[in-house]
Design a protein around this ligand. Structure first.
Ligand SMILES: [Zn+2]
Length: 344
């Protein structure tokens, strides 16, 4: 027997139709309730605006989104006004949204603007889902779509000039923590930490890459930074020994500081301040997502790198993201991602 009174269906109504909506005459209080509930529904089920249709139709589809053939013709429109293409090779039809994260045409892209405002403001997915009156699982699914769009975001980043470089650490989740034999936690940089290599330069490039280790080594340092630093640059860093491989192989000049001594300085006097403040922002962002799935660590780092790179204006950032998403195809299937990530 169903015993979930939070679910509208258990009450025999949906937000779209209340049972008395079909009555000819009704009380003023019932009408008031109807109007309120339908407003909620409308807010949650906005239809696609003309501006949105115009945006989507401005994207030129030059090849079939199913088979890649160029033998496609634009032959009619979907009911919502979006151009429909037909492929003469595989006989399927597609639109500019086919294969993008916006493929589900029932949800307008404008809904994403609200979601992204919350995500980029360092809200957690839980609060964001609540604010948007979206199901929590939808918020999580959309997050995985965001991750898909940003998966290659850091691939081509090359830092140059004055480069600040360091490592920061995130704890593994409680249930996966290894404890000492006496049940106490390991202290300092232990096997329960996940190392992330971080760097930034004066041009505004930001790099955050999971090193897949708890303690940096020559090998992990090289794998993390080797392809992202322009040879001959100037490195500003702490006394971590493994950095020497970068200095040697990439012919870098460098200035090295003892982080313990730097702790006594005010932020403004600290030569490592740019990388320290990057760490502080990354920690603040991740604190809002405390229970994040560590299997997605690199995805989170991609998101933070995206947020902290230029442009820093929130709406310019949303514009950039939507254009990236409209111009790339990613397969993110609800069923697949939810089962893979259901452990959280
Ligand atoms: Zn085709």
């Amino acid at each position: 027997m169903k015993n979930n009174f939070d679910e509208a269906s258990a009450w025999g109504d949906s937000l779209k139709y209340l049972r008395w909506d079909s009555f000819e005459e009704d009380s003023l209080s019932r009408q008031m309730i109807s109007v309120t509930v339908h407003e909620w529904y409308e807010a949650k089920h906005r239809s696609m605006s003309l501006d949105e249709v115009k945006l989507i139709n401005s994207i030129e589809v030059t090849s079939c989104r199913c088979c890649g053939s160029v033998k496609i013709i634009s032959y009619c429109k979907y009911r919502n006004g979006i151009k429909r293409y037909f492929c003469n090779d595989c006989h399927s039809s597609c639109s500019a949204l086919t294969g993008t994260i916006f493929e589900d045409r029932k949800i307008p892209i404008s809904e994403w603007v609200e979601y992204l405002v919350h995500l980029f403001e360092f809200h957690s997915i839980t609060t964001s889902a609540r604010d948007n009156r979206n199901a929590y699982s939808t918020g999580k699914f959309w997050l995985l779509k965001v991750f898909a769009v940003l998966q290659d975001f850091q691939k081509d980043i090359i830092l140059e000039g004055k480069i600040y470089l360091d490592e920061t650490f995130f704890s593994v989740i409680k249930s996966k923590k290894e404890l000492k034999e006496n049940g106490n936690e390991y202290r300092g940089i232990s096997r329960n930490k996940l190392c992330v290599g971080t760097a930034c330069d004066e041009a505004g490039h930001v790099l955050l890459i999971a090193e897949n280790t708890s303690k940096p080594s020559m090998k992990s340092t090289w794998n993390t930074f080797g392809s992202h630093i322009k040879p001959g640059s100037h490195l500003i860093h702490d006394s971590e020994k493994s950095h020497s491989i970068l200095i040697e192989k990439l012919n870098l000049t460098h200035e090295q500081y003892d982080s313990l001594e730097l702790k006594r300085l005010a932020d403004d006097d600290n030569p490592l301040e740019p990388i320290n403040s990057l760490h502080a922002l990354a920690k603040r962002f991740m604190a809002a997502h405390g229970g994040f799935n560590r299997d997605n660590l690199q995805d989170w780092m991609n998101l933070i790198a995206f947020l902290l790179s230029a442009p820093r204006n929130r709406y310019e950032k949303i514009d950039l993201f939507i254009n990236m998403a409209l111009n790339s195809t990613h397969v993110v299937k609800y069923r697949d991602v939810m089962s893979k990530n259901s452990s959280k």
